[in-house]
Design a protein around this ligand. Sequence first.
Ligand SMILES: *Cc1c(COP(=O)(O)O)cnc(C)c1O
Length: 410
Amino acid sequence: MTTKRGFTTTLLHSDRLQKPEHGALHKPIHTSVTFGYDDVQDLVDVFQNKTSGYAYSRQGSPTVNALEYKVTQMEKGFASVCFATGMAGIASTILALIKQGDHIVASSYLFGNTRSVFQSYMDMGLDVTFVDATDVANVESALKPNTRMVFVETIANPATQIADLEAIGKLCEQKRILYMVDNTMTTPYLFNPADVKASLVANSLTKNIGGHGNALGGCITDTGLFDWGSYPNIYDVYKKGDVKKWGITQIRKKGLRDAGGTMAPEAAHYISIGAETLALRMDRSTANAMALATYFEAHPNIKKVFYPGLENHSQHNRAKKLFKGFGTLLSIELVESMDCFAFLNALQLVVKSSNLGDTRTLSIPVAHTIFNELGKEKRAEMGISDNMIRLSIGIEDKDDLIADFAAALG
Ligand SMILES: *Cc1c(COP(=O)(O)O)cnc(C)c1O
C-alpha cells in the first residue's frame, strides 16, 4: 500500500487505482487461458520470473491477481496467491513447502477438512503432532529439531477455542519455524495474523470475505516476516532474486501451478465485489452474534453457549485484546430434554445449511454432519455433544433472528 488509507477505502479503490482499461472501476473478468507475446523473449522472461506477466492462467491471471493484491492489502502482507477454495490453498501450501522427514505441530481444534488433509499427509509419512494450541506450552513441548511449521486457526469451529496466537508467534520467531495461521473465522477486518508475527495467513474467501455464498475461493498470504533464506526446503530454481519472494514463488509454482487448484476469474470478481462490504457486514453480523449469545445465555433451554464475546469464555480476554470483534461463529448446546432436529426444523428464518460467513444466518447439527466422520468417541473427547448446533450469524435484522430462535426454543 502506498498511502495509509482505511480498510474499506483501500478495497473500494484498489482496482481503479491500478488503472484497468477504459477507466473501469472494477478489474475486468479476463477469461483468457493463455497469453500471447509479439516477442518470444518476453514470453521467456515471464516463464523465468524475470518480468511479471501472464503465461498460462493455471498459475495466474489478471482478474485473480487483482484480488490477490486486495487480500495482501487487507492482511498488511507482502504477497498473496489465490486458490479455487480455502482447502486448495491450505493443502497446496503444505505440499509446496514440506518435505519428507519434516514435522508439523498443528492445533487439535481444526476445521474438519484441514484435519483430514493433515491425516492424508500423515498417511504419506509426514509427522504431525496435534496439540491444544490455546496454551503455547503445549506447542513448545511438541517441538522437535525437524519441526518446520506450526499451524493454528484463530477461532476454532465449532467450539470457538482461541489459539495462544501471540505467544506462539514469539515462539516460532525465536525458533525460526514457519507460523501459519488460518484467519478465516476472524477475517482480516477483525484481525491480522501479521500482528502476532505469523509467516503465512490462510483465508477461505468463500466465507465472510466473499460473504454472499455465491463463490468459492481461498488465499494464502506471505506476511513478509519469515526469513526464507534460512528455510531448508526452497528449491534451487526459486532461490533467485529477492529472498523475500522465495516462499511465495514456491507456493505459486509447486502449490498452485502443480496441484492446479486455480481460482476462476469469475469467482475472483464475485469475491472482490463481496469484499467491498466486508467491514460493514462484519460490524453488523458480529453485533447480531453478540446479541444472540447474550440471549441464549439467559435461556433455560440452552445448556451451553460457545462465543468468545461472552465473559465466561475461556479465552475471552485474549479475543478482546487481539480481535476488533468476536466473530460470526456461535455454537449452542441444547438441554437434553430438547430435540435438536425438532428445534432446527422449527426455525423459519434461519437456514439449515453448512457453510459459514454468509449474509444469511445458517445452522447445522454438528455431531451428525461436519463431525460425523470423527465418530462418537473422538467427539466426546472434543466436547461435542449430540445436541450441539453451530450457527453462522448473518446480517438479518436482529429482532427477527431473536424472534425466530425464541419461537423454536418454545
Ligand atoms: C471453510 C473453511 C476452510 C475451507 O475453505 P473452503 O473455501 O470451503 O475450501 C478452511 N478453514 C476454515 C477455518 C474454514 O472455515
